[in-house]
Design a binder for this molecule. Sequence first.
Ligand SMILES: Cc1ncc(COP(=O)(O)O)c(C=O)c1O
Length: 428
Amino acid sequence: MTGEAGQRDLIATAARIFPGGVLSRHKLDDERQLVFVSGRGAHVTDAAGREFIDYTCAGGAVLLGYDHPGVLAALDAQARRGTHFFGLLNEPAIRYGAELLDVLPVGGQIRFCCSGAEATFNAIRLARAYTGRNKILKFEGAYHGHHDYGMWSYNRFGGDAFSPAPNSAGMAAGIGADILVAPYNDVAAAEDVFRREGSAIAAVIMEPVQRMTAPAPGYLERVRSLASEYRAVLIFDETVTGFRLALGGAQERFGVLPDLAVYGKSLGGGLPLAAVAGDPEIMALASVEVWQNSPRGVFFSGTLFGNPMACAGGRAFLAALREPDAFPPFLGRAEALKSGLARVLRKHGVDAHVIGEGPMWRLHFGDPERIHDVRATSDKDRQRAFDLGLLDSGIFVRPGGGHYFSMAHTDEDVETVLRAADRIAPRL
Ligand SMILES: Cc1ncc(COP(=O)(O)O)c(C=O)c1O
């Protein structure tokens, strides 16, 4: 049963069987709750039969859109050959791993896993094993997934400046002693942390573009040089930026190489796939022989690792990205959306800024000079009001969150947003 009544029924079932009635932390307001039934190109349809232009892009996982023909054909073919082989060698995983190492600037070796959180967790574990040190430096406001090393000072902060704050109940309290937090884009603060703690730092983990904020000129280079100087492992979490800013992600865009890089979200062409790649000396610690025979060996394993469906989808995804004309029209349309929005806001005298690198965007109501400072005040209510206006105009976004742009969005999809913004802006 679908239609309004059918959708209400599904939502009621979800409320009964899932904590909070949802699958994850993402929840729409009760009166706007909906259930997706299909995605086509850059559009989604809910169980009530309403169609939306979608700018969540499945949290960034469907960079090619929801039904790219190459991905569908690859999944169909692989489904007929076997959906999984217990983390044992399979052809799509081997071929995809080799193809990825051809294009990823970090190079080296690669291990697949299933989610961004698994990948960042294991990259950190590898760094600690490799260096024999304990401490992890992360940046305030950065997100690296749900695990006990990632969930510090993401959106709830410590009382005094940059003391790590746990962002979930149930985290192992002792881990906090090994977490260092610094403000993003602040060279002096990073230098200070290294001066004080450098010899104990196993890894610096960072989003090279933190959420929607680009690195200040020279910032990534300085973090790179500090990590090298103090022999800490530099991990770029490219879960968001990988394949999105450029084929080679933030590494290509900013010309800075980490020791390890983490990929996820779009890596599997929309299926659950993530990976850690990089320095073969560090990656070698994940070899089963090293794990069995050396105290430095790292257990980095899972039943669903290297899933052939996800790797087959990923191969088709990568093939589409490697087409010579894949990026320019996509990035051009994303820029048209962002510059068009800025024009509409100016026209209506709204004091907001359109922020985000490449195909990432959202409105920011606050001091543009302090976008990198997650403690700076911004008017989240007006940001949400704008997003709710889009949602009510048939444009699906996560209210108050960051938005994406896919290769399936058309000029018409851009124009529709600009027309909606023109109606919403006077109300802001
Ligand atoms: C930068 C970054 N790292 C890691 C993760 C965690 O990935 P996952 O949700 O697949 O566990 C996310 C998820 O949004 C992310 O944005």
